[in-house]
Design a protein around this ligand. Sequence first.
Ligand SMILES: Cc1ncc(COP(=O)(O)O)c(C=O)c1O
Length: 376
Amino acid sequence: MNDTLYLDHNATTPLLPSVLDAMLPYLSEHFGNPSSDHALGRRAHGAVENAREQVADLLGALPDEIVFTSGGTESNNLAVRGSTRAGAHARRTIVTSSVEHPATVQPLARLESAGWKVTRLSATAAGSIALGELASSIDDTVALVTIMLAQNETGALLPVAEAGDVARAVGAVMHTDAAQAIGKIPVRVEDLNVDLLSLAGHKFNAPKGVGALYVRRGTSLSPVLLGASQERGIRPGTENVAGIVALGAAAVAASTELVERSRHYGDLRDALWEQLWAAIPGITRHTPEHALPNTLSVSFPGVLGGDVLAHAPDLAASTGSACHSGAEHPSAVLTAMGVAHAEAMGTVRLSLGHGSTAQNVLQAVCLLTRAFRAVA
Ligand SMILES: Cc1ncc(COP(=O)(O)O)c(C=O)c1O
């Protein structure tokens, strides 16, 4: 398994050694409950509060604006469901994009069945939204605008700061799902004009099952889970102390290494695209210019992406399709962008990350070219 060439960092990332070192003591000797009023409890509480500061620093937020959760899915659910429950809602409209992750799509669909109006902005060919359509969809009936910062399949970057401006002008709450952006590009809540922002630890070298929601001071948010008073009652439940400590350590690494990471990923991604384009006639690219530096979504002509990857078993990457009820369907995101069925089915997403090298790019091009020739 260790010989696998891992180019699937948008699916999940390995732990950094510094992150593992930071969290391990909280799985062994420092096992206290942060709510306990004795030395072990206070030690755990201190570690959680230290991590809160580290995550806040990464985002340019205040520590009391960070709510720890179990990951991106929970953060998005809390943002969407919590902000639409809070307060008296004369406002019954939510505006979103057509390229969101299911962790946003599904809670919105639930609200829609409960009578909310959900306006889905159409996707541009570059996998983003058109600001003109956003502006004409916003009025004082809008309670929430939720637009992701970086698209997980294509890497497209969406104009969240501009959307935040428009949302604020009508008094709507602005949420962004930044799960894919953290650790790859700068993410600062003041620059983005957001009230709520979701992040997921395992997308930036912390473990799975931990994440956070940034909640700007003064934003009304009702809890989705009910219980004791952890996380100020917004997210009750005994804290995942080791995971939270790891999230803090990953946040520190993400901010110190950000500029270097971004440049390195961008160089590798551009080399990967140039070499694939030279090796495979007819290959097309879904990742636009304005995108995460680590992501490359491409379509192999006349074949299924799944078949290409099946012929490259030493390469870990993702396809642009999903299996529902035993049949392969093209990705909803690519379809929303207007990508034709056959082209969407030929898609493979390659995503670079910590430890990816120029050598890995050469290997990936070699494995993919060989696999494509075997199935074409
Ligand atoms: C953009 C985006 N949002 C949310 C999630 C869900 O995060 P988690 O796996 O931590 O629940 C993911 C993970 O695939 C994602 O890519």
